[in-house]
Every structure is written in structure tokens, then in C-alpha cells.
Design a binder for this molecule. Structure first.
Ligand SMILES: Nc1nc2c(ncn2[C@@H]2O[C@H](COP(=O)(O)OP(=O)(O)OP(=O)(O)O)[C@@H](O)[C@H]2O)c(=O)[nH]1
Length: 388
């Protein structure tokens, strides 16, 4: 039963590795691991029918190798580097010698069970730590960690039970309620481990798709829709805390000419360069979005007009500094204005209690003024274009 479920899971994992994007790594490893556990479980079930070296030594070796393959698969999914296989081969050789000694020379299931349970415990606890240590955990992470904690408890109970009653270990194939419970739990665990990993891979795919939907693929800046979603949250925070939010709108100058001279690819390189300059200068909490073509905005939470002006000046200076990375000289026009949603914050705000649309429109108007005044300059919003 366990063998069949592992083999079916291996098929699902191999199939998914073909369908999922290449960035979701580790599925093939987990497919091989599931296949390994399927074969190992099949050999375990043939105990008594096939020689011991096959049903004990080979079966356990395949199981341990499958743990290693799963471990490496998880590191790949987490984007971590893989260490060389040399140490693993040495560890496998040591396990082989140990199992061969306690199977063929001095047959004794107790030390064998301690070793395999110890390896299982190391695997489950290591896996839980690998998934836990990532800062931002998703729902699938908690499910997987719970499974691993269950695995740790399972191996611990097995060690304690063996220590308490070593004679019972020798009766592995004799039906008893504890033995039945063990086999059922073991079957469920093999299957759940694969499902848990599958869940993590699907979580990762989901967040990659979300990332793609929220960000412009060329520049990495947020899309307009994503900005508007986040802005709604920032506005709510600003209202609650009586803070001021600043907006810097940026429009590259003569971009059509850049495209005409350098071609579309050259224009794209300039857009990427511009975005890199902004990413380098902004704070992590600032929202940077490409609104379309060569138009960008920066939303600066908890920032007054003076602070926003300073950032615009820094960006302006960075663009006007000669770059020696093959990017042609180019400039941008800037509009800067603030918004505040509460009468308290109105002390810092130029135009309290107006709408987000009014605010964006005023800052856009400032950009047009900068263009009309000769481009490559910063215009601050100083007068309301719409009174509320
Ligand atoms: N390379 C490239 N060009 C783009 C992209 N999106 C829009 N454009 C081009 O950007 C140019 C924008 O031109 P205009 O709106 O006339 O603006 P401009 O030439 O910068 O003129 P001013 O803003 O008045 O200084 C057009 O030629 C668009 O085809 C893009 O993703 N990549």
C-alpha cells in the first residue's frame, strides 16, 4: 500500500516537474525520492520472502538515499546551493557497513533501528529548520513544518518503544496493534511528506505568478494596478496616523528620440537603467511604479514636501551624472506634491482633504510644467489646481 502510494506520488511529482516553470526546482528530486521510498517499502514488505540483505540492507540504503535526495530537492526549492555529494557518499558507505554488520555478521535489529530512526529524526528536524528559517512563511510552510514535527515525534516514539521493549523490535512482521499502528502511520507519512512538498512548490509558483502580475517585467517596478492596491493601504495608514504622503511623478525626456536613435532595445536599456537608479535611491517602504511607457511614480509614505523634494533632487543629480556603463545621457522631468487625509496632518499638507485623484492630477500638472519650462527639472506643487 505504502509502496503503491509512493510510486503514484512519484508519477505526480515527475509530471509536475515537466509542467511547472523551471524556477520551481526540486520536484524531480522529490519524484526520485518518492520512487526510492516506494521501492524500499516494497522490499520491506517482502521480508522473509527475499534474502535479508535485500529486504534489510538494500531497502534501508534506498530509504536513506531517498532522504538525501529529498533534502537536496528541498534546498533547490528554497533557492539554496547544493553541497558536493562526496560527504553524502561517505555517510552512505558508513551506513552500509553498519547495516551489513548488524544484518549479516551480528544480526540485531535494535542498533539498526536506532540508526535508521536517528537518520529519520535528523532528516525531519533538518527539514523543519530549513523551511522555518525563511523570514516570511506561507500557509504551506506551516503545514510542512507540522508534518516534519510529526515525523520527529514518530521516530522518537519508535526509539523509546524499542528501548523500552527490545524484544518487540524483533517481531516486526508479527501482527500486533502497535505494529499495525506503526505501519499505518508510516504509510500516511510517506504520502503526506510528498503532498507537503507539493504544497510548498505550489505556494512558490503562486507567489512567482503574483510577483509577475504585480511587477513590470522589464523594469521590476510595480504595475499601476498593484500600486493602486498598495496605495489604498498607505492612505488608510496615513489617515489613521495623521501622516503626510508624498508623490514624485517622473517622465523621461525626449524618450521617443532615444528610441529612434538607439532602437527599441536601447530605449528598454535606458528604462532599466532609470529604474535601477530609483531602486538604489529610494527607501524600502517607498512604492515605485511604472504607470506606462516612460512614465513612473514614487509614493513616499510619511514624507513631507521637503523630504520628497530632496529625493527628487538626488535622482535628478544621479541622472545628470555621466554614466560610464554604455547607457547614453538622458534626463527626466519631475513633479512633486504631498497629500494628507486628515485635518491634523493638514498642518503639513498643502491641500488637505482632497482626493487621491486630485493629488495625482496636480503632480502630473507639475510634470507638464517642468516639460514646458525646458525639461530636466523638478517642479513642486505649490497651488491647488482643484479646490475641495
Ligand atoms: N523602448 C521602449 N519604448 C517605449 C516603451 N513604452 C513606450 N515607449 C515609447 O516611449 C515614447 C514616448 O514618447 P513621447 O510620449 O512623445 O514622449 P517623449 O519623447 O519622452 O517626449 P517628452 O515626454 O515631451 O520629453 C514613444 O516613442 C513610445 O513608443 C517601452 O516599453 N520600451
Amino acid at each position: 500500500m505504502s509502496a503503491i502510494s509512493c510510486l503514484l506520488m512519484a508519477i505526480v511529482l515527475f509530471g509536475s516537474s515537466k509542467v511547472y516553470p523551471r524556477s520551481i526546482e526540486g520536484l524531480k528530486h522529490w519524484g526520485w525520492g518518492a520512487l526510492g521510498f516506494g521501492v524500499a517499502n516494497l522490499l520491506f514488505s517482502l521480508r522473509g520472502l527475499v534474502p535479508d540483505w535485500l529486504s534489510i540492507i538494500v531497502a534501508n540504503m534506498i530509504g536513506v538515499a531517498s532522504f538525501i535526495v529529498w533534502w537536496r530537492g528541498m534546498r533547490l526549492l528554497r533557492g539554496l546551493a547544493l553541497s558536493s555529494m562526496r560527504l553524502w557518499y561517505m555517510a552512505l558507505a558508513a551506513v552500509l557497513l553498519f547495516l551489513a554488520y548488524f544484518t549479516l555478521v551480528q544480526p540485531n535489529i535494535v542498533p539498526r533501528r536506532f540508526l535508521i530512526s536517528g537518520i529519520g529524526f535528523a532528516f525531519y528536524s533538518g527539514m523543519a529548520w530549513l523551511v522555518w528559517r525563511r523570514g516570511q512563511r506561507l500557509q504551506g510552510d506551516y503545514v510542512f513544518i507540522s508534518l516534519m514535527v510529526f515525523g520527529c515525534l514518530f521516530t522518537l516514539i519508535r526509539v523509546v518503544a524499542t528501548m523500552a521493549n527490545p524484544a518487540s523490535a524483533a517481531t516486526l512482521l508479527t501482527p500486533s496493534s502497535s505494529q499495525t499502528a506503526y505501519v499505518i502511520a508510516y504509510n500516511i507519512m510517506s504520502l503526506m511528506n510528498c503532498i507537503g512538498f507539493f504544497l510548498l512548490a505550489t505556494n512558490k509558483l503562486q507567489s512567482e505568478l503574483q510577483q509577475m502580475a504585480d511587477h513590470d517585467s522589464l523594469t521590476g517596478a510595480m504595475t499601476r494596478r498593484s500600486l493602486m492596491d498598495k496605495l489604498a493601504i498607505e492612505v488608510a495608514i496615513a489617515q489613521r496616523k495623521s501622516q503626510t504622503i508624498a508623490l514624485i511623478a517622473m517622465d523621461l525626456d525626449y524618450f521617443k528620440q532615444i528610441n529612434d536613435t538607439l532602437g527599441h532595445d536601447g530605449g528598454d536599456r535606458v528604462l532599466c537603467h532609470f529604474s535601477a537608479v530609483v531602486f538604489k535611491n529610494k527607501r524600502p517602504q517607498d512604492l515605485f511604479s511604472r504607470m506606462g511607457g516612460e512614465e513612473f511614480v514614487l509614493v513616499l509614505p510619511d514624507t513631507d514636501l521637503h523630504g520628497a523634494q530632496r529625493l527628487a533632487q538626488r535622482l535628478h543629480a544621479a541622472l545628470n551624472t555621466a554614466h560610464n556603463d554604455g547607457i547614453p545621457a538622458y534626463t527626466s522631468s519631475f513633479g512633486v506634491g504631498t497629500w494628507s487625509g486628515t485635518p491634523v496632518a493638514a498642518v503639513n499638507s498643502q491641500f488637505p482633504l482632497d482626493t487621491i485623484e486630485d493629488w495625482f492630477k496636480r503632480v502630473d500638472d507639475a510634470v507638464y510644467r517642468a516639460k514646458a519650462a525646458g525639461r530636466n527639472r523638478i517642479e513642486l506643487v505649490t497651488e491647488p489646481s482643484i479646490s475641495v
